[in-house]
Write a protein that binds this ligand. Structure first.
Ligand SMILES: Nc1nc2c(ncn2[C@@H]2O[C@H](COP(=O)(O)OP(=O)(O)OP(=O)(O)O)[C@@H](O)[C@H]2O)c(=O)[nH]1
Ligand SMILES: [Mg+2]
Length: 316
């Protein structure tokens, strides 16, 4: 609005007489301010992606992080405002052209400014929502579904992000409290000329999907849609703040929920506690057994790669 009114304020046109000059000036001001607003609004609508609710990773993630219904309502409101502003502009131009009264020229132009302003005012919540949505879109992970992918899951604070940082190009935040990771983060692991995806997820508590918060739900989505191989991390030192039994229960739930998906179960923070229960244990901090874990991960991902290559071969 500022830009529109500022631009319009600078406009002065000469005419064949005083009335003609005023009319030409008013017409140019209305055209310029109206066009600036309409172009800006339609530009927003064009640049935001169309989203519908769908059973797929990206739309479901957008629904959790941004909210698709609210998002569509906001875009609809901006569209509405652009159409209203455009019609108002054309009606105003017509009214100014028709009159021979310089007072009416001025009054019509002023009333145009007021109404234009109030239309845009009415969608201010939607514009603010879209501004936030834009920032959230930028932070969404760029996942390539064709690349073999390992998803790291486990309770909060067990050391998933620290592990992903050591294994891959990703640099998630690591901190000594639960729910440090608040979204799905993608890193890459190189294996000669091949690249795999490793996905760091927010921690999961052992509870029903409906009871999960929006942060946990993103982890569930990543597991549901992106997992070729799962790496389930258990922290037997319990320095994560959650008892071992709870973590084991979550593992059982996950195993039942993902039949057929290879799950590597590994115990973290072996610099603090070693259970000796025969599971692979590692410490991302000291590097202990990281080579064994890496080898296990690559073995599984290579198998997925071969599987995908066979599936994508053209049929005879
Ligand atoms: N002793 C020890 N501490 C570790 C190790 N790995 C991580 N930690 C600590 O455990 C805490 C949690 O680490 P994160 O990597 O943020 O854990 P996370 O599982 O990603 O946590 P959320 O994102 O909150 O679910 C931090 O204080 C880390 O320093 C490890 O190998 N040994
Ligand atoms: Mg984390």
């Amino acid at each position: 609005m500022e830009k529109a009114f500022h631009r319009a304020a600078k406009i002065r046109k000469n005419g064949t007489n005083a009335l003609d000059g005023r009319k030409k000036t008013a017409l140019a001001k209305v055209t310029a301010s109206g066009d600036i607003v309409v172009t800006a609004l339609t530009g927003y609508v064009d640049r935001f992606p169309r989203m519908d609710k769908e059973d797929d990773f990206f739309p479901e993630l957008v629904d959790i992080v941004i909210g698709i219904d609210r998002y569509k309502k906001a875009l609809g409101a901006v569209n509405w405002c652009a159409a209203k502003a455009d019609k108002l502009k054309n009606d105003t131009l017509r009214d100014i052209r028709r009159t021979k009264d310089p007072e009416i020229v001025e009054a019509t132009r002023r009333s145009f400014y007021g109404r234009l302003n109030s239309y845009v005012d009415r969608i201010s919540d939607d514009l603010l929502f879209l501004q936030e949505a834009k920032n959230k879109f930028r932070k969404l992970p760029a996942v390539d579904p064709s690349v073999p992918t390992i998803v790291v899951a486990g309770f909060p604070n067990v050391g998933k992000s620290n592990l992903v940082t050591v294994l891959s190009s990703a640099a998630p935040e690591i901190a000594p409290y639960p729910f440090t990771t608040q979204g799905v983060i993608v890193g890459h692991i190189e294996d000669d000329w091949r690249k795999y995806q490793i996905i760091d997820t927010p921690g999961l508590l052992d509870r029903q999907f409906d009871e999960r918060n929006d942060i946990e739900k993103q982890a569930v989505l990543a597991l549901r849609y992106l997992t070729d191989v799962m790496l389930f991390v258990i922290d037997p030192s319990e320095t994560c703040g959650f008892p071992r039994e709870m973590q084991e229960r979550l593992l059982e739930t996950v195993e039942k929920g993902f039949p057929g998906v290879p799950i590597i179960v590994a115990e973290s923070k072996c610099d603090v506690v070693k259970t000796g229960d025969g599971r692979l244990c590692f410490s991302a901090q000291t590097g202990e057994n990281m080579d064994l874990l890496t080898e296990e991960i690559l073995k599984n991902l290579r198998a997925v790669f071969r599987q995908k290559a066979v599936e994508s071969e053209p049929e005879e």
